[in-house]
Write a protein that binds this ligand. Structure first.
Ligand SMILES: Cc1cc2nc3c(=O)[nH]c(=O)nc-3n(C[C@H](O)[C@H](O)[C@H](O)COP(=O)(O)OP(=O)(O)OC[C@H]3O[C@@H](n4cnc5c(N)ncnc54)[C@H](O)[C@@H]3O)c2cc1C
Length: 447
């Protein structure tokens, strides 16, 4: 039985890896447990293996972008680890980053490098990582003295426990809902799981006409309408294949549909958000003068061949009418999309639902029901839009959880502020947050 750890971290994904490095840096006796044979399997898939680690903006801007209730819940975590500081931390560990359209990526654009950045630090800090080690049962020790954790045949005891087991999408990466089950066994409420950032199935044949494998548009605008009210407007790319439409505009819309649990809704697509209807009419007119063909006209306006062909068929009546321009440009800027459904949770980029935010203190990430038990990342009912928000949330909540644990482990300040010869100079106490979590704290250690 391993008995003398300060902190057991369950799950070596984005949140658990960040937490383990932070705990190692703070000098905690910490052990990281992972149910799969490798850490960070989902991290490796992120951003098409380029790993969009965060999103440019201030803590307040990001908080607004998450939307409620997630934004308010993440406020303290984002203030502690805003994107600029996150970049500094990675840079100090040898992983410089760059910003592409407000999305933050490692300069190498390799998810591998992000994972190695973590595993190199764990090695240097001598933080042990146990693989193939699924946590199965948590038993609180009598008198609030910590926890006993069963992992296969191992029984571990710890003072603090951090659950960072992820959501339930892409289960092959290891996130299968264990953390939520363990939390529920300790009386935490769970919000039902729903797909966030998932593909949208449509009946519109023009989006992927027969003979084309995939179609894309770099920038579209999507208006989500429910019961006659505009619920949200999303912008980004469109990627359509035979099963569903993806791309950030559609993924973000799917997240809002899931978060708000909309049952009746419509999607309206603007294929030319940067053009006014009048400007688009002029473009169409110029294209028609040159080509005198519907598909070629749409292609001349920037739509790729397969989409241009599909739309030429859809709007054949307007083209046939001859003076099609004003009507057609309006139509291309507001195409109703016939939604059949949202792709299943196992394919979603993020899980909506999980451990209820009502049972977690947002200022510390500690359970409100079980003192000493902390949460980080997607195991909680948090999710964000596309663009690096989900990793940012995983890293920031992990940072806050470990920072809170460090404060709890720090020696209590003297009862009276009376000066004493033995008193340490200001800012030099082992529990001092500034010193423990300042910039130098994350300097890369020599190999
Ligand atoms: C294809 C894809 C692309 C994505 N791209 C991006 C992106 O570019 N940017 C972005 O911000 N977000 C992206 N995301 C979302 C992001 O990956 C997640 O939000 C993030 O990984 C959540 O981190 P986490 O640590 O909470 O969970 P995870 O990364 O899922 O890690 C949880 C870990 O816990 C382990 N575990 C589970 N149960 C147990 C147990 N009982 N015992 C021990 N270990 C356990 C799992 O094996 C896993 O390793 C993407 C997701 C997917 C699926």
């Amino acid at each position: 039985m391993v008995q003398n750890t300060d902190l057991l971290i369950v799950g070596a994904g984005a949140a658990g890896l960040w937490a383990a490095v932070a705990a190692g840096r703070a000098g905690l006796r910490c052990l990281l447990l992972e149910r799969r044979h490798r850490p960070g399997l989902k991290l490796l898939l992120c951003g098409n293996n380029r790993c969009n680690i965060s999103h440019a903006g201030s803590a307040a801007e990001l908080q607004a972008d998450y939307g409620e209730p997630v934004g308010s819940f993440l406020a303290s975590a984002l203030r502690l680890l805003p994107p600029a500081l996150l970049r500094e931390r990675f840079a100090a560990c040898g992983l410089p980053s760059k910003v592409l359209h407000d999305r933050i990526y490692p300069s190498s654009e390799k998810a591998d490098d992000v994972l190695h950045c973590f595993t190199d630090q764990l090695r240097d800090l001598e933080v042990p990582l146990l693989l193939n080690c699924p946590a199965r049962k948590i038993t609180p020790l009598a008198g609030g003295g910590g926890f006993e954790l069963q992992c296969g045949k191992l029984t571990l005891q710890t003072r603090f426990l951090l659950l960072a087991t992820g959501g339930v999408s892409y289960p092959k990466t290891g996130s299968v809902g264990d953390g939520q089950r363990l939390a529920a066994e300790l009386q935490h409420r769970l919000e039902p799981f729903r797909p966030g950032l998932a593909g949208i199935e449509v009946s519109d044949a023009w989006l992927c006409p027969p003979g084309s494998a995939e179609a894309g548009v770099p920038l579209v605008r999507l208006t989500l309408v429910s019961r006659g009210q505009t619920v949200a407007i999303t912008e980004g790319n469109l990627l359509a294949d035979r099963t569903a439409v993806r791309g950030s505009a559609f993924l973000d819309a799917a997240r809002i549909i899931g978060r708000r649990q909309l049952d009746a809704y419509e999607l309206v697509l603007d294929l030319f958000p940067e053009q006014t209807a009048a400007g688009l009419a002029q473009m169409l007119s110029r294209g028609w003068q040159k080509t005198k063909q519907a598909a070629a006209t749409l292609n001349a306006c920037g739509l790729e061949h397969s989409l241009a062909r599909g739309l030429a068929e859809k709007f054949a009546r307007l083209f046939a009418a001859g003076s099609f321009c004003p009507e057609l440009s309006q139509a291309l800027k507001s195409i109703p999309i016939q939604v059949r459904g949202i792709r299943p949770l196992k394919e979603a980029i993020v899980t909506i639902g999980g451990v209820s935010l009502a049972d977690i203190n947002p200022g510390t990430m500690e359970s409100r029901l079980q003192p000493g038990l902390f949460f980080a990342g997607e195991v909680m009912d948090i999710d964000g839009p596309t663009g690096g928000y989900n990793l940012q949330a995983a890293f920031a909540t992990a940072e806050l959880a470990v920072s809170s644990i460090c404060q709890r482990l720090a020696p209590a300040p003297p009862a009276k502020a009376a000066p004493s010869p033995a008193r340490r100079p200001a800012g030099k106490s082992p529990g001092d947050k500034k010193q423990a979590w300042g910039k130098d704290f994350w300097q890369k250690r020599p190999r």
